[in-house]
Ligand binder design. Structure first.
Ligand SMILES: Nc1ncnc2c1ncn2[C@@H]1O[C@H](COP(=O)(O)OP(=O)(O)OP(=O)(O)O)[C@@H](O)[C@H]1O
Ligand SMILES: [Mg+2]
Length: 325
């Protein structure tokens, strides 16, 4: 890929707030059209990175380009190409959703007819057409956040920055926002978001950059990240407690080097780390059939992103992964 294929590019980005080194040499390269998640513990520097990339804060060192423009020397050009949704909404509670979007369009100096047309497009795109005439104070959290997203999309930005887009929403609201973000990406917008929710990064992002203390920890796809952390586990839940020894023996045969199965006598579940999940699964299934053993459940389990994250940022020893469930 050449430099121009990256919509967001940073090299050695530095930002210090008095005694806090918020960013300490951050490198990011986000290809066009992707949903890129910045994941990291509190204080990792996620918001600082988003604020620098959206030209709200100036970096002390390093380089950052957004849509081909330098955030330090060409902030206006950057601003024309981006949308930003932060924690605080600029939506007016006392006018309808449609009026809000038309008003934002007018603020961006779009003509009246064009602003109305854009408002209707966005209401449809974000699943708010039926609520167009309602005032946002009657909206659920998810609807309101979608209206926020819509309002940051008036000018159809190339890049949209979302700082914790679903914080504080219930599961239904989060799903609504995920769907809206997915739609944006499908329409070609590059999305850079920050999140604390590991399942969110897993579901929503094409790539995830894990950062900690202002530095890169690792960058990968959600499944690549999980693969880095540890082997898949093959798990069997026995239908009959008497079958557990036989199941343990079968699992032992397909275990990854040096691994032994773990048993849970109460849930009747036995599992072991395997190096090739699909092969192990097929072998064990054939053996079970051969021995006429009926089981309650049989499946592969990847480490969750949660486990991956805690491991990568070194907040928990790897051994915990073996027993975590
Ligand atoms: N305006 C500021 N003045 C002083 N320190 C700041 C300021 N903004 C951020 N910091 C510090 O910089 C570090 C990085 O903060 P930042 O907000 O970027 O982290 P974050 O990854 O977004 O965290 P969170 O997950 O809590 O939102 C933190 O230690 C924070 O206290
Ligand atoms: Mg933050």
């Amino acid at each position: 890929m050449s430099t121009s294929d990256y919509v967001v590019l940073t090299e050695g980005l530095q930002k210090r707030y008095r005694e806090t080194q918020a960013l300490d040499g951050l490198d990011l390269a986000v290809p066009r059209g992707l949903v890129f998640g910045l994941l990291g513990p509190n204080g990792a520097g996620k918001t600082t990175a988003v604020r620098i990339l959206s030209t709200l804060v100036r970096p002390d060192g390093g380089r950052a380009e957004v849509a081909g423009h330098d955030v330090r020397t060409q902030p206006r050009l950057v601003r024309r190409r981006i949308g930003l949704t932060g924690q605080n909404t600029a939506v007016d509670d006392n006018i309808s959703a449609r009026q809000n979007l038309v008003m934002f369009g007018r603020l961006f100096h779009i003509g009246k007819a064009a602003a109305r047309q854009r408002a209707d497009e966005l209401l449809a795109q974000f699943g708010l057409a039926d609520a167009a005439e309602k005032t946002p104070k009657k909206f659920s959290g998810g609807m309101r956040r979608r209206l926020d997203l819509a309002s940051s999309m008036i000018l159809a930005p190339e890049v949209l920055f979302l700082d914790e887009p679903t914080t504080g929403l219930d599961p239904a609201g989060r799903r609504e926002v995920w769907q809206a973000v997915g739609e944006l990406a499908a329409h070609g917008t590059t999305v850079v978001l920050t999140t604390h929710y590991l399942d969110e990064a897993d579901k929503l992002c094409d790539r995830i950059g894990v950062i900690d203390r202002g530095r890169n920890v690792v960058e990968d796809t959600p499944s690549g990240l999980k693969r880095r952390i540890g082997n898949e586990r093959l798990e069997i839940v026995a239908a009959d407690p008497g079958d557990l020894p036989a199941i343990e023996m079968l699992l032992g045969k397909v275990a990854a080097d040096g691994r032994t199965p773990t048993l849970d006598e109460t849930t009747l579940a036995a599992s072991v780390a395997v190096s090739n999940g699909v092969t192990a699964l097929t072998e064990v299934a054939a053996e079970l059939r051969h021995r006429d053993l009926t089981v309650a459940d049989l499946g592969l389990r990847r480490p969750t992103l949660d486990e991956a994250f805690l491991h990568l940022t070194g907040e928990r020893p790897t051994d915990d992964l073996e027993v975590s469930k």
